[in-house]
Design a protein around this ligand. Structure first.
Ligand SMILES: Nc1ncnc2c1ncn2[C@@H]1O[C@H](COP(=O)(O)OP(=O)(O)OP(=O)(O)O)[C@@H](O)[C@H]1O
Ligand SMILES: [Mg+2]
Length: 274
């Protein structure tokens, strides 16, 4: 079987344009191709505005109204996602592909306790209810290393720190046992220590839950501690895609070299990506 046929996610020649009310539409993604194998962590890096979020939203059917996929395909576990209905995407999002965002507080519902919010997902996607649901929430909180799980279960989002909320978001993502987790700048709103803790957590989760992860960041240092493969994006195109170690040792693009030099990343042997 060719390598490409074994992958979980394949993005192939994906082009996205935005109607910005002018005579020429804005091309945000230009024939983007990448793939993620089962259990692989791919780091997608690139400067602000390069198209990372547009790519993740395209995969999940979350493009805003003025955005259109004009060509290309996205296959997930062998099925085409481009052109699927919103009803189909509602089945896929959360259950098959989970997503965590930069601002966890904004992604949680402020008026409900966080334990309750995860219980709804367990009911919807795994048909777990009653005492079993609470036990599962507490188990997930332990998995994401939240201390005092009972108190967290009863907390409202505003009673938790940014780092705790991001752990709750990761617990929510894990609740449905997705095959792919898309993490879009999950640590960039957090302080440096909390960032490092969350990266360590994601490393552990990748191993424990055997999940594929698309880890999006403009910070190539963060990518270097988590990812075995890297894709580098610039102005809507993937300019480099391959093994993290070879890219760090020998980037083919001056742009990648610039990202590495300006971040001052650790040598790859010291970071031991999973
Ligand atoms: N709704 C929209 N309408 C028009 N253009 C948009 C829209 N959303 C995104 N874009 C454009 O698409 C391009 C890519 O944006 P995107 O948000 O994907 O960048 P990014 O790489 O995620 O940046 P960041 O690191 O800041 O999150 C940008 O040029 C942006 O202006
Ligand atoms: Mg973004």
């Amino acid at each position: 079987m060719p390598e490409s046929a074994k992958g979980l996610l394949h993005v192939d020649g994906l082009t996205v344009v935005f109607d910005v009310g002018k005579s020429t539409a804005h091309c945000a993604l230009d024939r983007v191709s990448l793939s993620i194998a089962e259990g692989e962590v791919l780091g997608l890096v690139g400067e602000s505005g390069s198209g990372k979020t547009v790519l993740s939203h395209s995969i999940l059917g979350l493009l805003p109204r003025n955005g259109t996929i004009t060509s290309g395909s996205v296959t997930f576990a062998g099925s085409e996602l481009v052109g699927r209905s919103e009803a189909d995407f509602r089945q896929i999002r959360g259950k098959e592909i989970a997503m965590i965002f930069q601002d966890p507080q904004a992604s949680l519902n402020p008026v409900y306790r966080v334990g309750r919010q995860i219980e709804w997902l367990l009911k919807l996607h795994r048909n777990i209810t009653g005492p079993g649901a609470k036990a599962e929430v507490l188990r997930l909180f332990t998995a994401v290393q939240l201390r005092d799980t009972e108190r967290c279960y009863r907390s409202y989002p505003h009673e938790m720190s940014g780092g705790m909320c991001q752990r709750v978001m990761i617990a929510m993502a894990l609740a449905c046992r997705p095959r792919l987790l898309i993490a879009d700048e999950p640590t960039s709103a957090l302080d440096v220590t909390t960032q490092a803790e969350l990266l360590a957590l994601l490393r552990g989760i990748k191993q424990e839950f055997a999940m594929s992860i698309l880890f999006i960041s403009h910070d190539i240092r963060a990518v270097s501690v988590l990812c075995s493969k890297i894709a580098v994006m610039k102005s809507g195109s993937i300019v480099e895609h391959g093994n993290a170690s070879s890219i760090f040792e020998n980037p083919t693009q001056p742009y990648t070299r610039l990202l590495i030099d300006s971040a001052g990343v650790l040598p790859i042997a010291e970071t031991q990506p999973v």
